[in-house]
Design a protein around this ligand. Structure first.
Ligand SMILES: Cc1cc2nc3c(=O)[nH]c(=O)nc-3n(C[C@H](O)[C@H](O)[C@H](O)COP(=O)(O)OP(=O)(O)OC[C@H]3O[C@@H](n4cnc5c(N)ncnc54)[C@H](O)[C@@H]3O)c2cc1C
Length: 416
């Protein structure tokens, strides 16, 4: 029995899902977004990934103009209204990320979604889908009441793991195979003196000593990324990388346990540094951070050369500016610059399922070459692809110029 009908159903409430739901609602659609957790934000709030990257391109020396507006900007405005500093900072890697406070992020995204009129289901898992005639017809949702079926005219897969595409038909997915980027367990650290130096060289020495002792190499040799958390005296440390396929429950259990052991020992190792004597692990998770699992098959993909040359392909519906941040394996991160003016366009075809005419992909699920994906996956860009996917889903009869017009009306940035 069908429980309800929507114009657009969005699976997943990360940055891409929030933007898709708001974009579709602003285009006039009746929208439901379903999220497995009890809050929005995806990796930011689920996996302690506490920096929004991709709002600004990589330009040294001066603060660049943003390449993401629209729903992403609205979320930043809500964070600012909560008293948070949303100005980007110039990081050691030469980029412009925005630091996040996880609780403020949950609240800001609640507000961003609520004001759009989109409906929200938390603790709700999308577990199955029915299709016919090249379209997804209905999905099965599971919440604490049990299972129910919901129909929609169009669907956005913003699950990160392309779960909707997968349950609709496994052939709708393709993995990047051996090139899949490793997972990480970001750590929130408390107890550090406010005037402690965050010197990278000293931290790298600590990490190297620990790796020699343990005979392991999953920690970043350069000491990883360590920064402050706005509104707290805690620090955020991204240093522990873990290999997992991210899909198999037994393998995920091994990765979560392994990551936690390593995180605990790594923070204890840091206590040798001045000001870190009382450092302790304040939080990891609740979920390990998965960079890449599966991708849906799309009509076309975001190609590496678009990023290498800083191109705007025809049919661009979102912009990216984050460098290609490629993890060759645990502990081995490499940044490759975006060419041209440091900005590239994401074509609408990279958001369109090759298998189902009413399914759109957003955020971590879009179609992309491996190096292009290493840039487009960041959360600022996920807001942009999410909003574009939501507008596409809400506008079945619009061509790409109509989609762009609606996105511009919604304050998205398409021509930075
Ligand atoms: C360790 C790590 C560090 C990173 N560092 C940064 C960084 O510093 N800055 C940055 O911008 N990006 C960073 N990234 C990349 C970024 O976090 C992700 O690529 C981004 O979160 C993708 O957004 P998304 O909305 O597509 O997916 P996600 O954020 O993964 O959100 C997907 C959401 O869908 C929900 N979901 C999944 N399946 C279902 C289902 N079947 N039913 C209902 N809900 C479902 C999940 O619970 C989740 O909330 C990092 C990633 C990792 C793993």
């Amino acid at each position: 029995m069908i429980d309800a009908h929507y114009d657009v159903l969005v699976a997943g409430g990360g940055s891409a899902g929030v933007a898709a739901a708001v974009g579709a609602a602003q285009a006039g659609a009746k929208v439901l977004v379903v999220e497995r957790a009890g809050f929005l934000g995806g990796a930011a709030t689920l996996a302690q990934v506490l920096a929004w990257c991709g709002f600004y391109p990589q330009i040294a020396g001066r603060m660049p103009d943003p390449v993401v507006g629209g729903v992403g900007r609205r979320a930043l405005d809500h964070l600012q209204a909560l008293g948070l500093d949303v100005e980007p900072y110039f990081s050691a890697s030469g980029n412009w990320p925005i630091r996040l406070n996880p609780e403020a992020t949950k609240l800001a995204l609640d507000r961003t979604l609520t004001e759009s009129g989109a409906q929200l289901a938390f603790h709700c898992d999308l577990v199955d889908a029915r299709h016919g005639g090249g379209r997804i017809e209905a999905v099965t949702l599971r919440d604490p009441r049990g299972r129910r079926q919901v129909t929609a005219d169009a669907f956005v897969d913003a699950t990160g793991d392309a779960e909707l595409a997968f349950v609709a038909g496994a052939s709708a997915c393709a993995a990047h195979g051996a090139a899949t980027q490793p997972a990480s367990l970001p750590i929130r650290i408390s107890g550090v003196a406010v005037d402690a130096s965050l010197d990278k060289v000293a931290r790298a020495r600590c990490v190297a000593g620990m790796e020699r002792r343990l005979g392991r190499a999953e920690l970043r040799a350069d000491g990883g990324i360590l920064t402050t958390l706005p509104g707290t005296t805690d620090l955020w440390w991204l240093a522990v990388d873990v290999e997992t396929n991210g899909l198999d429950a037994t393998d995920l259990a091994r990765a979560e346990r392994d990551g936690r052991e390593l995180a605990w020992q790594a923070v204890r190792t840091l206590s040798a540094l001045p000001g870190f004597e009382n450092a302790s692990v304040a939080a990891t998770g609740p979920k390990i951070g998965l960079r890449e699992t599966r991708h849906a098959r799309t009509v076309d993909r975001l190609r590496d050369e678009v990023l290498l040359d800083g191109l705007r392909p025809e049919g661009t519906v979102a912009l990216g500016g984050w460098p290609m941040e490629i993890l060759h394996g645990p502990g081995k991160a490499e940044y490759r610059r975006i060419g041209g003016e440091g900005v590239y366009g994401i074509p609408v075809e990279a958001l369109m399922s090759a298998d189902f005419s009413n399914l759109y992909l957003a955020g971590r699920c879009i179609g992309a070459d491996p190096a292009a994906f290493a840039s487009a996956r960041v959360m600022g860009t996920a807001f942009a692809t999410g909003q574009a996917a939501g507008v596409c889903a809400a506008s079945p009869n619009a061509d790409v110029s109509g989609i762009r017009k609606e996105l511009l009306r919604q304050n998205a940035i398409l021509d930075a």
